[in-house]
Design a protein around this ligand. Structure first.
Ligand code: NAP
Ligand code: GLV
Ligand code: GLV
Length: 328
């Protein structure tokens, strides 16, 4: 009998679909599955549907000798030891594409919020301070017709670039490889990270968290940025060094920041970043629309069902696992 562990109940009918593929155990509580419980429940599991909050490392894999397929309800896989999964022949599914546009919308909402001081304005009104219209109240930075620097022009970065074209922005990007088709289609230009940071009026982080990108944006990066610039992070918190960000926002190295993701996550309520008026923080809402989360859950279920059957997953994060399986 196939046993499937689901670490949080996703929206929509994903769990019902999985029930057609095996016996499903779902963590019933409204909080992340505790580590010891994951280690206990995974023992007999053939399949795992997990969240980005679950750390799937070699301890979890060692505890799960039957595990054949993992599916995360996210596109980012930095919480999963992909190399160890591949070595064990475990396919890992993720959810690219279905969340790209919703996440790009949120990136733009955050960029606009930071530049145009939306949250400060809301707080001002709620505090009863709005007495009259003021010619110089809460003046922010232009967004339209400025330069946007995107770090990581992948699916989400490209979707943000499309929005930026509508705002008549010039778009620059940095990444390890060039995207000639996107450059031609949208008129975006490649830059080194250093040049991008110096040129951009607004910087967006949209690359994966890897050993290479951990704390990629630290003091050196903030020193290069314009004092009027904003930083938006839609990717993963640890790509930005939070203490360097606090320093940059306090000293005016940059003007404002907007974070969908933090390091650590959740951000502790006493983190000094939360006291800074020029820092907007929302709780990892990039893909948080009803339709997108259901689409992610459905794709996560499809990935797991395919993986358990031994079929190629619709969206596999470690496709090299199939080449390995063929060699067996
Ligand atoms: P993607 O299509 O794989 O794009 C990632 C891009 O980052 C690629 O173009 C890659 O290009 C680039 N990149 C990789 N390493 C880099 C580096 N060292 N410097 C600069 N660029 C680098 O992924 P996606 O679907 O757009 O998602 C991107 C990330 O967003 C995910 O990994 C996830 O962490 C995050 N995310 C967050 C939310 C949210 O709710 N906030 C939602 C979805 C995704 P090269 O390989 O050429 O460098
Ligand atoms: C969300 O952060 C994701 O990676 O899908
Ligand atoms: C502002 O509301 C204006 O009319 O310029």
């Amino acid at each position: 009998m196939t046993r499937i562990v689901v670490t949080r109940r996703p929206p929509g009918s994903a769990v019902e679909r999985l029930e057609n593929a095996g016996t499903v155990w779902t963590w019933p509580e409204d909080r992340a599955l505790p580590r010891d419980r994951l280690l206990a429940e995974i023992r007999e599991a053939d399949g795992l549907l997990c969240m980005l909050t679950d750390s799937i490392d070699t301890d979890v894999l060692d505890a799960a000798p039957r595990l054949r397929a993992i599916s995360t309800m996210a596109v980012g896989t930095d919480n999963i030891d992909l190399v160890a999964c591949t070595r064990r022949g475990i396919a890992v599914g993720h959810t690219p594409d279905v969340l790209t546009e919703a996440t790009a919308d949120m990136a733009f909402a955050l960029l606009l919020s930071a530049a145009r001081r939306v949250v400060e304005g809301v707080d001002y009104v709620k505090a009863g301070k709005w007495q009259r219209w003021e010619p110089a109240l809460l003046l922010g930075a232009q967004v339209h017709a400025t330069t946007l620097g995107i770090i990581g022009l992948g699916r989400i970065g490209t979707a943000v670039a499309k929005r930026a074209v509508g705002f008549e922005m010039q778009v620059r990007y940095s990444s390890r490889s060039r995207r000639p088709q996107v450059e031609a289609a949208l008129g975006v230009e490649h830059r080194t990270l250093q040049a991008l940071l110096e040129e951009a009026d607004h910087v967006l982080v949209a690359c994966p968290l890897t050993a290479e990108t951990h704390h990629l944006i630290g003091k050196d990066a903030f020193r290069r940025m314009k004092p009027t610039a904003t930083l938006t992070n839609i990717a993963r918190g640890a790509i930005v060094d939070p203490r360097a960000l606090e320093w940059a926002l306090r000293t005016g190295e940059i003007a404002a920041a907007a974070l969908d993701v933090t390091d650590p996550e959740p951000i502790p309520p006493d983190d000094p970043l939360l006291t800074l008026p020029n820092c907007v923080v929302v709780p990892h809402l990039g893909s948080a629309t009803v339709a997108t989360r259901i689409a992610m859950a459905d794709l996560a279920a499809e990935n797991l069902i395919a993986g358990l059957r031994g079929d190629p997953m619709p969206a596999c994060a470690n496709p090299e696992v199939y080449r390995r399986q063929e060699r067996r």
